[in-house]
Design a protein around this ligand. Sequence first.
Ligand SMILES: [Zn+2]
Length: 334
Amino acid sequence: MLASVFTGCGAATGRSSAPLFCFLQVNDTHVDADAGKDGYAKATEKARWLIEAAASGEHFPRPDFVVGVGDLINGERLDALAPDLRLFKEMLKPLRVPFYPVVGNHEVIQQEGSPKHEQAFREAFGNDRVNYTFTHGGILFIALNNAGACSVGQAVVKARNDWLRRTLDAARGVPKIILCHIPLIPLREEAVLAKSFGFRSYIDHDAGTLRIVDEHADSVIAVLSGHLHLTGVVERKGICHISIAGTASYPCDYALYSVFPDRIEVAVRQLPRELVTPGTNIHGQPRYRSDFVDAAHETPWDYIAGNPSERAFTIPVSATQSRVGGQLRTSRGP
Ligand SMILES: [Zn+2]
């Protein structure tokens, strides 16, 4: 699998006019109810800042909704899932806009499709929040659980892919954004990424999931992911595959999406300086003796945070719309 390096769906345009709607991507917050555990430094404090910022509109415009693209909690053990999720739910209280969660590997300890492991997530967010869709402003958002990545059996992957195919087939002609925790394609040069991430789940290795998404490239605008703890964008078949580092580890990123009739403007931001923790970098020092670069990312900073064109860019939606005949609406969906 070789995807083209992101060359910019379009540089940030700076064009004005009010967006139809905005949303915030939060992921890899790794909130941990057991403060004594060896989790990410300041993880809970960082997540709390971001949720409160979204609620207040003090640091960026108040979003219409928030998507939580997995690894919201640290979890790690079956008996830690419920307390961690309860704490995260408690932290969401100030938020007066909808929060749409996506299952990450830390919510279910990699056990995608296991009722026992999904129980705490379902209790926290609702029984209908594992594989589900919602519509906002004419875009269909598809929250897909691919948390098992490469560690679950074929039956689980088949069930995931059958649901995804049915969902996409049922909405032909509707512009779509897919939310799945584990990226479907490599966001860096694959051999380098496998090494710097250090886990086999640097992509969802099931070729079937990607094939289904590719087959619907005429209506899928973007795939939003996390998991890698680095920020990057790769365009493949006209679909922007975006992964945001998340807040728990360096560079401590979140992303704001402003949706206009003809484009989506994406702005990746770091947490405030006092919450940025260089020691939590998982793609370089201190985890490794040296830092990483690849052909398209010449410095360790570019490797971990993405090139400037991966931190502020525009996805043209008009092209997608004209291909599918869809139309973004100003009306606010549920
Ligand atoms: Zn993850």
